[in-house]
Design a protein around this ligand. Structure first.
Ligand SMILES: Nc1ncnc2c1ncn2[C@@H]1O[C@H](COP(=O)(O)OP(=O)(O)OP(=O)(O)O)[C@@H](O)[C@H]1O
Length: 376
């Protein structure tokens, strides 16, 4: 750290990682547009978004592998925008493990400590601790090629953690693993992260992984952070239609904006009133068409014609093990088939394909946005 680097004033509550309006361009195109992000110490923050949205770019800027084109980055309250990568005290795990093939596991894990001139006995002790942490005691002498994908990724994690980093950065670390292994590695990583209390930035394009692991999620698209919130809030109160569509399944229904009270608005769908947050509809005139976003588990089926329901026709069932996905056609409400998620296998016999049903919408967790392409 250069002498005289500014330190953020409120030290006791300072963020472990802070980005103040960070921008990165490649040639003429903006890969990251004025990112503002404050990650408190010990938090598990996930960057979630589709391919090419700028997640890896943001991670590489924090790591110091890329220079910014604007804005400042702080780690532990210290300005690091100009600090080289090896002085940022960061641990990194990549998608493809990036282990040294010619070194055994112990040498791989101890690499960062040798580079820092840590005494040999201390290295041996810390490598042993790190091996125990990732449940690989006894594997010290193996070469990476003698390990499974999951074991290699645990070595990579041990190597990142052994230096006691200020921040742990993980770039799609489980994407090369099969589904079962991925699930168990997610649980293990979460346990280790909690135990050590290490501030973590985790990159994924898998919304399920993001929802299950994170303290908070930053949803990104096209180089911009669209929303930063807890998984629950992202799912139940998405800030815009991109977030609502990208995170979890959702139905988009034709609706109309009715009256508005401060934070809530009444919308009508097929003439039935529902309550939605007013925030996203601030610029929409009363009576205008809007899109109502409804999660599949917030729709119930009832006999066709029952009061307070809207009519549709069952087109398909998909048995999903713990629940059944029922697709309902109701062209007056939506141009796509409406997905209804029902617990229990009896939904298949209760609501047969081709039969008429009544759709009833939940009264909570509905959101609405201006119609796409609408200047509002
Ligand atoms: N070194 C580079 N030179 C030129 N363009 C780049 C470079 N690195 C990234 N980009 C571009 O910047 C944008 C953001 O890329 P980035 O790798 O950050 O996305 P991502 O969200 O991590 O995607 P993925 O999930 O596919 O890894 C993309 O349009 C990408 O093509």
């Amino acid at each position: 750290m250069p002498a005289g680097s500014p330190v953020i004033e409120d030290a006791p509550r300072r963020a472990a990682v802070q980005l103040d309006g960070v921008t990165k361009k490649f040639g003429g195109s903006v890969a990251l547009h004025e990112a503002w992000l404050k990650i408190p110490s010990g938090e598990f923050m996930t960057l979630l978004g589709p391919s090419g949205c700028g997640k890896t770019t943001l991670l590489n800027l924090v790591a110091g592998f890329l220079d910014t084109d604007g804005g400042e980055i702080f780690i532990d309250g210290t300005l690091v925008t100009e600090t080289p990568a090896h002085k940022r005290e960061i641990g990194i795990v990549f998608q493809n493990y990036a282990l040294f093939p010619h070194m055994d596991v112990a040498k791989n894990i101890g690499y960062g400590l040798r580079m820092r001139g840590v005494p040999k006995a201390e290295i041996a002790r810390r490598v042993e601790q790190a091996l125990a942490l990732v449940k690989l005691t006894g594997y010290a002498d193996r070469r990476p090629r003698q390990l499974s994908g999951g074991q290699q990724q645990r070595v990579a994690l041990a190597r990142a953690l052994v230096i006691r980093p200020k921040v742990l950065l993980l770039d799609e670390p489980f994407s090369a693993l099969d589904k079962n292994l991925r699930g168990s590695m997610q649980v293990e990583l979460k346990e280790i992260q909690r135990e050590l209390g290490v501030t973590t930035i985790f990159v994924t394009h898998d919304q399920g992984e993001a929802l299950s692991m994170s303290d908070r999620i930053a949803v990104m698209s096209a180089g911009r952070i669209r929303q930063i919130a807890t998984p629950d809030e992202i799912y139940r109160r998405p800030a815009d239609r991109f977030v609502a569509s990208f995170v979890g399944d959702v139905n988009v229904l034709k609706a109309r904006l009715g009256s508005r009270q401060s934070s809530e608005a009444v919308a009508t769908v097929g003439g039935i009133p529902v309550i939605v947050p007013a925030g996203p509809l601030n610029d929409v005139a009363s009576g205008a068409a809007i899109d109502l976003f409804v999660r599949p588990e917030h729709i119930q089926l009832a006999p066709a014609g029952e009061a307070g329901t809207l009519r549709g026709t069952v087109s398909t069932h998909i048995f999903q093990g713990g629940h059944v996905d029922v697709y309902v056609e109701a062209p007056a409400l939506s141009r796509d088939r409406i997905l209804v998620r029902l617990p229990g296998v009896d939904a298949i016999t209760r609501w047969p394909v081709g039969g008429q049903v009544g759709l009833r919408f939940g009264t909570t967790d509905l959101t609405a946005f201006p119609v796409e392409g609408d200047p509002a």
